[in-house]
Design a protein around this ligand. Structure first.
Ligand SMILES: [Zn+2]
Ligand SMILES: [Zn+2]
Length: 322
């Protein structure tokens, strides 16, 4: 089958026609992939900042498609279903999984990073992680289901309520989706983003650009992972506010602890989502057209270009498989 594979040197992507087809194991479905979104963590893998367990490697983790085959024990009714893939498979047996916080599972399988990714004609997925969605989930909306769930989980963990004064720092694709998700929860966010095009996209989707003196935010979401952004996030937080960190910076950052103490801030990390509650919530509670954050679509043959554009173009980039 067709697949996009990454070689061991950074950015060495190629399209191959003879990648082995997956076989549906017990409890699995085969998903014929129709679209794949690109996000920052994929770029970290391509640039060599993150390593794949083996090369050549199929990248990608944000996908939707149709169930093309079912494995042993899976209902035949699933054949032909339109699905979005939840690309993190917790063990469901450890203490964290038992507590419901499956995002903290140490044995979590991470599609595209610790298990082969979705940028292929077909992938095998445990059936509980291939979520059926109706036709009202258009292609562009379905390709955003996974990062939308990341955004909605961060909002859930933040405790942000409708009408609260909220700031989003960084409006890359995840920050922009967060704005769309906040609006759907009755919150009209302010945004802080140095890149004109990214800021303008967020504003065109209903966010307000924060001015230099706008502060007193009850909930602040930091999506970039950059130290300067964290400084802004903390300095603009209101007394008693929650600062939610979503950006995976990976490097040590200095923080004004005096401000954190005096304002009695809560710093809350938020990593992906918990199974099954968060995907179930995304699908049950509609967010109007999350696909509005998409700007550029590429065919599979131009995957390389799509990944390059993803780091430069405002909004989200995706690959359409036909
Ligand atoms: Zn992602
Ligand atoms: Zn676990």
């Amino acid at each position: 089958m067709r697949a996009v594979v990454l070689g061991s040197s950074p950015w060495s992507l190629r399209v191959t026609e003879d990648w082995p087809e997956p076989v549906a194991g017990s409890g699995q479905v085969i998903v014929r992939v129709l679209g794949v979104g690109i996000c920052g963590s994929d770029l970290a893998l391509l640039s060599g900042k993150r390593q794949a367990p083996a090369y050549p490697w199929v990248p990608g983790h944000e996908a939707f498609g149709e169930v093309a085959a079912t494995g042993h024990g899976v209902a035949q009714a699933r054949l032909g279903q339109r699905v979005v893939i939840e690309p993190n498979y917790p063990c469901m047996g450890c203490a964290e999984c038992a507590s419901g916080r499956t995002s903290m599972c140490q044995d979590r399988v991470i599609v595209g990073f610790t298990a082969p990714g979705v940028l292929a004609s077909q992938v095998a997925v445990p059936e509980a992680f291939a979520w059926p969605v109706g036709r009202h989930w258009t292609d562009t909306d379905a390709v955003c289901a996974e990062p939308l769930t990341v955004a909605l989980s961060a909002i859930r963990r933040s405790g942000a309520a409708a009408g609260c004064r909220c700031l989003v720092v960084g409006t890359g694709s995840q920050g922009t989706l967060l704005c769309v998700a906040l609006a759907a929860r009755g919150i009209s966010p302010y945004v802080l983003e140095p890149h004109d095009g990214r800021r303008e996209l967020a504003v065109s989707l209903g966010a307000r650009a924060a001015r230099p003196d706008d502060g007193g935010f009850e909930v602040v979401f930091e999506t970039s992972g950059a130290e300067s952004a964290l400084t802004e996030a903390v300095s603009r937080a209101a007394p008693g506010a929650t600062v939610v960190l979503i950006g995976l910076g990976g490097e040590a950052a200095r923080i004004n602890t005096g401000l954190v103490v005096r304002r009695q801030l809560t710093l809350q990390g938020s990593l992906i989502y918990d199974h099954p509650r968060d995907f179930a919530a995304t699908i049950a509670s509609p967010v109007r057209s999350p696909g509005r954050v998409l700007r550029a679509a590429y065919p599979l043959e131009r995957a390389s270009e799509a990944f390059r554009a993803a780091s430069e173009v405002p909004g989200k980039t995706w690959i359409r498989l036909t």
